[in-house]
Design a protein around this ligand. Sequence first.
Ligand SMILES: [Zn+2]
Length: 73
Amino acid sequence: MAKVRIEEGHCPKCGSQDLEYGDSNLEYGDSEPKDQSIHYPYTCCNCDFDGEEVYSMEFAKHVSSDGLEVFPA
Ligand SMILES: [Zn+2]
């Protein structure tokens, strides 16, 4: 039996890339910013597996409203 790769864009059950994505879903943890993650629910069109891809979010930087990076004074 072929080993199925677990990675984004691939069904973890059958390895198909024929995934149909629903609406992304931003979830905030209780308090710590490091608990934030985005869930992308999907259904595999090949084997009907329902799952979610979960992406963790981490703070990167501040930018001003015109998109310029802001450095500490
Ligand atoms: Zn599948």
